[in-house]
Design a binder for this molecule. Structure first.
Ligand code: C5P
Length: 232
């Protein structure tokens, strides 16, 4: 499994994202396109970034009935994204439907990653609002196992959880981890953070890095530093 740094391109529109990507002349980072940019610009933004030679993680976190997710995933697969995701809470039938929709005629498909519990959900809100009364760590690991059993490639989790997920689901089950900061950075609104080197040590397969790169004075240098610390 190739380790890589995925740059979260959390920009409002195409001008901003291309102004940012234009700075990368020698390397073509793996980029994450989220809901804001996708809903603002539509699928053409995916084609345009892909045409520049970037791999794409399309982070739309699908969650609907299996039939709808199968058909939506077929559309995303035809966009030729490299990785996409859904909520494991949609259950096994939805995850299997997603894989069916993603699989192309030649058998290839984008990687499919599950979101377990969002980091904005805590024990209290989970018990109160969705009546899940098990400890949240156990819920996350159960969702990871369910995603693996459904045939998914991995989950999004905190770098702190990567080791445990690999122990439970095997080393080939991919962990994609946001919440990465350079040692000297302000962690901002991220509460539990790790440096790229720590994420590597603990076994993350992909790190998703936004503001430490996008808001850096020299984004290319910040990206290259991430790659040096995490991949090399
Ligand atoms: O700017 P920053 O490095 O915090 O960006 C992290 C990216 O990862 C953002 O796109 C954010 O939405 C995403 N993410 C996260 N925490 C999660 C899931 C996704 O920060 N639990």
């Amino acid at each position: 499994m190739g380790k890589d740094v995925i740059v979260a391109c959390d920009f409002a529109g195409r001008e901003q994202v291309f102004e940012f990507l234009d700075k990368f002349t020698d390397t073509k980072p793996f980029v994450k396109i989220g809901m804001e940019l996708f809903y603002a610009e539509g699928p053409q933004i995916v084609r345009d970034i892909k045409a520049r030679g970037h791999k794409i993680f399309l982070d739309l976190k699908l969650h609907d009935i299996p039939n709808t997710v199968t058909k939506a995933m077929r559309v995303l697969s035809n966009l030729d994204v490299d990785m996409t995701n859904l909520h494991a809470a949609g259950t096994t039938a939805m995850m299997e439907g997603a894989l069916k929709g993603l699989t192309r005629e030649d058998g290839s498909r984008p990687m499919l990653i599950a979101v377990t519990q969002l980091t904005s959900t805590d024990q209290e809100s989970m018990e109160r609002d969705i009546l899940i009364r098990e400890p949240i760590d156990k819920v996350v690991m159960h969702y990871a196992q369910t995603a693996k059993n459904a045939g998914l490639d991995g989950i999004v989790c905190s770098p702190l959880e990567s080791g445990k997920v690999h122990e439970a689901c095997g080393k080939d089950f991919v962990t994609v981890t946001p919440g990465v900061r350079f040692a000297e950075n302000d962690s901002g609104d991220q509460k539990r953070v790790m440096t790229p080197a720590e994420a590597k040590r603990i076994g993350s397969d992909y790190i998703v890095v936004g503001r430490p790169i996008t808001a850096a004075a020299d984004p290319v240098a910040a990206y290259e530093r991430c790659v040096r610390e995490f991949v090399d």
